[in-house]
Design a protein around this ligand. Structure first.
Ligand code: GLU
Length: 397
C-alpha cells in the first residue's frame, strides 16, 4: 500500500521495540535482563490503584471533557503551584493520553511545513519523529559528554533562525540523566523567549533528582520565559503509572486551546478511570515518590561504580531520571566470531544475543558512541545484568 511520505523518515519507537524484543525472547524461554525501556518497576501506589477501582465501581466510565475532568485539572494547577510556584488557570492546562501524546499535540498545533524545532542530542527517541509527523524539520544540535550532555548557549544561538519555532528541553534528561541548574537553564530560556521561540520543557522526570540538586521548572525562571514555555509532565514516572496513560501540559492559552481541538478530533478524552487515579496520585500522600527516588539513587551509585570499573568506559554521572548513557566507543572496531562491532546498534545487538541483556543503542538517541541503560529494574537484576555485560565484553577482541 502506498503510505504517506513522512513515514519514510521515521522508525517505530526504538525503546518500545527493545521492550517488545525482550518480551519475545522471554516468551521463547530466554532469560533476558532488561536495561531497555524506561519504566519504573514499582507498583502504582495502593491508594492510586484504589481510586481507579472506585471509579469503575462508581460507573465513572463514560466520556469526560476532552481536556480532562475539572477535578484533575485543579489537582494539576495545585501541583504547579505547590511544587514549582507557578500559577496556571484551568484553561491553560490540558490532560493528555501520556507525556508522549502531549509532545505530539504541541508539534501538531505549532508547526507548518518547513518550520524548525531545535532538539539537543542525545534526545529522547520520540522528539524528532514528533516534529516530522507534524510536517516540521528537527534541527539536531549535538552536546558534549564533557558538558554532561547539556546544551551550550552558543550552540543554541547558532541554531536559531527565522524558521525556528521551538526548542525541546528535557531536564532531568532521558537518556543521559543530566539535570540543568537554574543558572544553566536561564540563558537558554531567555534566548528563546527573546527570539519568540517556544520552549517545550519536558519535565516528566521532575521528581527524580539526586545529590541534593534542586529541580528548576523552566517556566519559573521569569515572567517572559513563562509566556514562552509549555511545560509537559505526567504521572507515569513519578507514580509508576506508565500503563494508565495520563500526561498533562500547561502553557499559553491559545496553544492549549489548539491542542484541545486536535485532541477532540483524534483521541477524545484521556481514559476516565485513569484520570480519577491521577487525581489521587497528585493530591494524595507523596511518600512513595521519595521511597522510589531513594531506591533509584542506590541503583545509580551501584551502576556507576560498575560501569566506571569497565576498562575504557566513560559515563557522566546521572543526576536524575533513571538512565545512564555510558560511552562504549572504545569497543567499536572489535570483533566477535568474525563480525565487527561497528557502532552502538551492533554493540546493543551483540549484548542481547551474547549476554542476554537488553539495552538501547545510543544511535536511537542521536549519540552513537553510547548505549543507554535504564536502571528502573531491581538491584538483583542490575547486578546480574552487569556481570553479563562484563562477561560479554571479554568475548570481543
Ligand atoms: N520514556 C521511556 C523510555 O525512553 C518509555 C518508552 C517510550 O515511550 O519511549 O524508555
Amino acid at each position: 500500500m502506498k503510505l504517506c511520505d513522512k513515514l519514510q523518515n521515521i522508525q517505530p519507537s526504538p525503546t518500545l521495540a527493545v521492550n517488545a524484543k525482550a518480551a519475545e525472547l522471554r516468551a521463547q524461554g530466554a532469560d533476558i535482563i532488561s536495561f531497555g525501556v524506561g519504566e519504573p518497576d514499582f507498583d502504582t501506589p495502593a491508594h492510586v490503584r484504589q481510586a481507579g477501582i472506585d471509579a469503575i465501581n462508581q460507573g465513572f466510565t463514560r466520556y469526560t471533557p476532552v481536556d480532562g475532568i475539572p477535578e484533575l485539572k485543579k489537582a494539576i494547577a495545585d501541583k504547579f503551584k505547590r511544587d514549582n510556584g507557578l500559577d496556571y488557570a484551568l484553561d491553560e492546562i490540558i490532560v493528555n493520553c501520556g507525556g508522549k501524546h502531549s509532545g505530539y499535540l504541541v508539534m501538531q498545533a505549532l508547526l507548518n511545513p518547513g518550520d524548525e524545532v531545535i532538539v539537543p542530542a542525545p534526545y529522547w527517541v520520540s522528539y524528532p519523529p514528533m516534529v516530522i509527523l507534524a510536517g516540521g524539520t528537527p534541527v539536531i544540535v549535538p552536546t558534549r559528554e564533557e558538558d554532561e550532555f547539556k546544551l551550550n548557549p552558543a550552540d543554541l544561538k547558532a541554531a536559531i533562525n527565522s524558521k525556528t519555532r521551538a526548542l525541546i528541553l528535557n531536564s532531568p534528561s532521558n537518556p543521559t540523566g543530566s539535570v540543568y541548574t537554574a543558572e544553566e537553564l536561564k540563558p537558554l530560556a531567555e534566548m528563546c523567549a527573546e527570539a519568540g521561540v517556544l520552549i517545550v520543557s519536558d519535565e516528566i522526570y521532575e521528581c527524580m533528582v539526586f545529590d541534593g540538586l534542586k529541580f528548576t521548572a523552566t517556566a519559573s525562571l521569569s515572567e517572559k520565559v513563562f509566556q514562552h514555555t509549555v511545560t509537559l509532565n505526567g504521572v507515569s514516572k513519578t507514580y509508576a503509572m506508565t500503563g494508565w496513560r495520563i500526561g498533562y501540559m500547561a502553557g499559553p492559552k491559545d496553544l492549549i486551546k489548539a491542542c484541545n481541538k486536535i485532541q477532540s478530533q483524534s483521541t477524545s478524552n484521556p481514559c476516565s478511570i485513569s484520570q480519577k487515579a491521577a487525581v489521587a496520585a497528585l493530591s494524595g500522600p507523596q511518600d512513595e515518590v521519595g521511597r522510589m527516588c531513594a531506591e533509584f539513587v542506590k541503583r545509580r551509585d551501584y551502576i556507576m561504580e560498575r560501569l566506571l570499573a569497565i576498562p575504557q568506559v566513560t559515563c557522566p554521572r546521572p543526576r536524575g531520571a533513571f538512565y545512564a548513557m555510558p560511552n562504549f566507543s572504545a569497543y567499536f572496531g572489535k570483533k566477535v566470531g568474525g563480525k565487527v562491532i561497528n557502532g552502538s546498534v551492533d554493540l546493543s545487538g551483540f549484548l542481547l544475543e551474547e549476554g542476554h541483556i537488553a539495552t538501547v543503542a545510543g544511535a536511537a538517541f542521536g549519540e552513537d558512541t553510547c548505549i543507554r541503560l535504564s536502571f528502573a529494574t531491581s538491584m538483583e537484576k542490575i547486578t546480574e545484568g552487569l556481570n553479563r555485560l562484563e562477561a560479554a565484553l571479554k568475548k570481543l577482541s
